[in-house]
Design a protein around this ligand. Structure first.
Ligand SMILES: *Cc1c(COP(=O)(O)O)cnc(C)c1O
Ligand code: SF4
Length: 346
């Protein structure tokens, strides 16, 4: 093996750090298509959609896309298409009613026992189907001084035992801030667990560096990291090493995916995804029906097809590798399970 004779250098010696990766992420659809040797006229990529919400695709993620394939499942997740500008009945700007569950700036509290903090408005990647693409982040972007109100809210509600770092992507915040706020949260006695919903370790694995591991492991809180991987091609060696390293540090790893037309609406792909996740120490947790957010209707899959995928997956895999098929209903007390239509019951 040649690996044995390559001298060991710090992995950072040749690789840009994550902030540099963010800075050089692709922000121009034409550049992305050019890198992938795709003729732009082949695809209905859209300037209007790009202007409404710009493309953002970090290079470590782009490197996992297949060259010359307009149907690449990773490309499909990031490329602005003309279809985003269509207005489709039932698809709205705030499909989850989050604006009603925003008790104080920076906090979304919808479910018993857990409250979500909007740690960072930014994301390393712009996923075109994202339900937060229209969230009023400007009103929820707090400076250090303003976090006290959110922390007081958590401290005053003893029913909250779990805090969820969300966004945007919480790991787009810097580690000094994350260390600071994690210490503040750990100082609230009734909080036991800290969950981090993030795509950054997938799209820029070098995000999980020493200073990140430091605050993740310096706290008394039990840490759960929920990844967001939709397709097995998103997992390469650097992702595997990152996941295994987090696992070695005692962090629980779960995955949530979104069902997306022309990306992962196939039993085989979903089965491969589950198998691959397990190999790298991540358990499938949720698979979400697409939230009915304006601009994402072209990713939608009908419920009948979703239930068929669920049944086929159950017939193929051990139960622990089948994620829970769920959707969000504004006003519900938890995610709602997708289940067989009532015609099958008495
Ligand atoms: C999804 C979500 C949670 C977490 O729900 P779990 O079922 O515990 O994974 C918490 N708060 C909000 C606002 C959510 O959307
Ligand atoms: S919040 Fe998550 S799904 Fe939405 S754009 Fe950011 S990384 Fe993608």
């Amino acid at each position: 093996m040649t690996a044995d004779i390559i001298p060991h250098t710090s992995p950072d010696a040749h690789q840009p750090c994550w902030q540099e990766q963010l800075a050089v992420a692709i922000r121009d659809p034409a550049e992305l298509l050019k890198r992938l040797n795709i003729d732009p006229t082949q695809l209905d990529s859209s300037d209007v959609a790009q202007q409404a919400w710009s493309i953002r695709a970090p290079l470590p993620y782009v490197q996992r896309m297949r060259k010359g394939d307009i149907n690449d499942p990773l490309l499909r997740q990031v490329l602005p298409l003309g279809a985003e500008m269509l207005s489709v009945a039932g698809f709205s700007h705030d499909p989850l009613g989050e604006e009603d569950a925003n008790p104080v700036a920076g906090v979304v509290h919808k479910y018993h026992g857990r409250a979500l903090l909007i740690i960072s408005p930014a994301c390393a990647i712009h996923c075109r189907y994202c339900f937060r693409r229209h969230f009023p982040y400007e009103d929820n972007t707090l400076g250090k001084g303003e976090w006290q109100t959110a922390l007081d809210y958590l401290a005053n509600d003893k029913s909250i035992s779990e805090v969820i770092y969300s966004g945007g992507d919480p790991l787009a915040a810097n580690d000094n801030f994350l260390l600071w706020i994690t210490e503040k949260i750990a100082a609230i006695p009734h909080i036991k667990r800290l969950r981090i919903h993030t795509r950054l370790p997938l799209v820029i694995p070098s995000r999980i560096n020493k200073s990140c591991i430091h605050w993740l492991t310096a706290t008394r809180l039990k840490i759960i990291m929920v990844w967001h991987i939709n397709h097995p091609n998103e997992i390469d060696l650097s992702v595997e090493e990152t996941a295994l390293s987090l696992k070695r540090h005692g962090i629980e790893l779960l995955n949530q995916a979104v069902l997306l037309k022309h990306v992962n609406d196939s039993t085989q792909i979903l089965a491969q995804l589950s198998e691959k996740l397990f190999e790298i120490g991540i358990l499938p947790y949720y698979i979400h029906r697409l939230d009915q957010v304006a601009g994402a209707a072209h990713y939608d899959i009908d419920d009948e097809k979703i239930l068929q995928l669920q049944q086929e997956l159950l017939a193929l895999l051990p139960g622990y590798l089948v994620p829970r098929f769920v959707y969000e209903q504004a006003g519900a007390h938890s995610k709602s399970a997708l289940s067989l239509p009532p015609t099958n019951t008495l």
